[in-house]
Design a protein around this ligand. Structure first.
Ligand code: ATP
Length: 243
């Protein structure tokens, strides 16, 4: 569904992503794992059109068979157009709108749509996935706990009805029990047909649910394979799973 080939990202003289290639097949959960500064967010920013100094190819195939070049050499697509072709991102640090209620934040996620019935159906689906959001629909985003804000960020991304959902470090700052709950929900979202790119530092949680995984170190992919297989890989165990 999404194929990245020889992607480079620079910030001035800093070469943050150094020629990575990865493949996200339709219907799968693919995880990109790496420590702080490995280049995970830069990769996501390249997919979503948010970096300027970039080169490589990013090809996206829509479920209707249409092929779209998100990045071709140095030509990037605009972020708003990327949402329109069916890609949504839940950003690192959540970035929900603190003065708006949960319901209003979710409605904003659907801003590109005008199918009222579909929007209501997806709102119900998000409330089924995250009952806690339903209980607090009128609470302002800024007063939610970290875990609730994370649920809202994922819910808001779902409201654009994406085919590909990108989650940038959803477990950041969450207690282990909430991580488990959220990752169960990510599996449910995937089971409903959404393809997922999961960016994570929490290798243990991510490898458990991912069909395929890529490990990123200082801008390069150093290892790739099936999620569960990498859980037992000695290099992964010592570097990312605490031995
Ligand atoms: P983290 O998990 O800490 O967010 P990451 O794997 O997402 O890390 P990136 O945010 O992609 O890593 O950063 C990769 C490298 O690029 C780092 O060395 C970082 O300092 C650098 N970098 C990122 N954004 C900028 C920027 N706007 N200007 C300059 N350097 C940047």
């Amino acid at each position: 569904m999404l194929r990245i080939t020889d992607l480079h990202v620079w910030y001035g003289g800093i070469h943050a992503v150094k020629g990575i290639s990865l493949n996200i097949p339709k219907g799968q959960i693919v995880t990109l794992i790496g420590a702080n500064g490995a280049g995970k967010s830069s990769t996501v920013r390249a997919i979503t059109g948010l970096v300027k100094q970039v080169s490589g190819e990013i090809n996206y195939k829509r479920p209707n068979g249409e092929n779209i070049k998100l990045l071709s050499n140095t030509m990037v697509m605009l972020p708003e157009d990327i949402v329109k072709v069916g890609i949504a991102m839940s950003p690192e640090g959540r970035r929900i709108l603190p003065h708006l209620t949960i319901e209003e934040n979710l409605q904003l996620g659907a801003y590109i749509r005008n199918d009222k019935e579909g929007i209501l159906k997806d709102m119900d689906w998000v409330y089924t996935l995250f009952p806690r959001l339903k209980e607090r629909a009128w609470q302002k985003g800024g007063t939610l706990s970290g875990g609730e804000q994370q649920m809202l960020a994922v819910g808001r991304a779902l409201m654009s009805n994406p085919d590909l959902l990108i989650l940038d470090e959803p477990s950041l700052g969450l207690a282990p029990i909430l991580v488990r709950e959220l990752f169960n929900t990510i599996c449910q979202i995937n089971a409903m047909g959404k393809t997922i790119l999961l960016i994570e530092q929490n290798a243990f949680a991510a490898l458990h649910i991912a069909h395929r995984a890529y490990i990123l170190e200082v801008g390069s992919i150093v290892l790739e394979g099936e999620g569960k297989k990498l859980l037992t890989d000695p290099k992964v165990k010592s570097a990312y799973l605490g031995g």
